[in-house]
Ligand binder design. Structure first.
Ligand code: OOG
Ligand code: MG
Length: 264
């Protein structure tokens, strides 16, 4: 499948979403205007959007999956996984707060994060290839921030919007994948001291490494790859929780360091 969208239209919608993020203004979903928007059109807009960020000097430091757990699919009303990009300014330092003034309506979600030890390229990548190419797995929290009004969108809208990517917090140390059964890795998400959601790794379509294989194959079909040193977010294990001023969210894991984010 290829995109049939006119390049001017692709550029227009990429500018529309970048401007929404820059001005912290929620916008109507693209499908409100272009109901026939296809998945391929949406990935074209996503690519143009990320190219604009790279053009500003934002380096690509990783990639992400979204909507890989039933909890997230049900929360958002979208029943398919999506793929997007992580650029360097979105990575929070250990003590960095989540600055709410920079965002629209952020939410946090606990995620397993794969740190690639080798490039991973192809269209037949399996979970075993992923485990072999992964240096370590760490705990993380993704801060998502849809540019769409009321955090409401269709599959193609959210793909175009780089899958709501906004910030990531990555835990310390981690473990080699051979030291863990990722499907059994437990996670508790606490918000302001309350355990609001829990999951095991298998919440991610049965197998977090299988999800990363899907991402690698998606990139492979586009002549792209997961690169050595990249961070790869496997998708939220639980439903996402809103961040307000003063919110403290901690994701604790069975065998991985806990990660805390503070909203200010
Ligand atoms: C789409 C992005 C979802 C995840 O981990 O499931 C995502 C959204 O819910 O806004 O990043
Ligand atoms: Mg996520």
């Amino acid at each position: 499948m290829t995109s049939t969208m006119d390049p001017d239209q692709v550029a227009h919608w990429a500018d529309y979403l970048l401007d929404a993020a820059d001005t912290r203004t929620e916008v109507d979903p693209i499908t409100g205007t272009v109901p026939e928007l296809t998945t391929e059109d949406a990935y074209e807009i996503q690519a143009a959007l990320v190219a604009r960020r790279v053009g500003r000097g934002e380096r690509i430091v990783g990639a992400k999956l979204g909507l890989t757990s039933r909890a997230k699919q049900e929360q958002m009303g979208v029943d398919q996984p999506v793929y997007g990009w992580i650029t360097e300014p979105s990575v929070l330092g250990a003590e960095d707060p989540v600055v709410l003034d920079d965002l629209i309506h952020p939410r946090c979600e606990p995620e397993l994060v794969f740190i690639m030890g080798e490039d991973l390229e192809g269209t037949d990548i399996t979970r075993w290839d992923v485990l072999e190419a992964t240096a370590r797995v760490v705990g993380g929290i993704e801060i998502i921030d849809s540019r769409y009004k009321a955090f409401s969108f269709t599959l193609t809208d959210v793909i175009a919007d780089n899958t709501s990517a906004a910030r990531v917090a990555i835990g310390q140390a981690g473990r080699a994948p051979s030291e863990l059964d990722l499907r059994l890795e437990g996670c508790v998400l606490e918000v302001d001291g309350d355990a609001v959601a829990t999951a095991a790794g298998a919440a991610l379509l049965g197998d977090p490494a299988g999800c990363v294989a899907m991402l690698a194959n998606h990139l492979g079909r586009r002549g792209q790859k997961l690169e050595k040193g990249w961070i790869v977010m496997a998708g939220s294990l639980t439903d996402a929780q809103p961040l307000a001023a003063g919110t403290v969210a901690t994701a604790s894991y069975g065998h991985l360091s806990a990660v805390t984010v503070r909203a200010r």
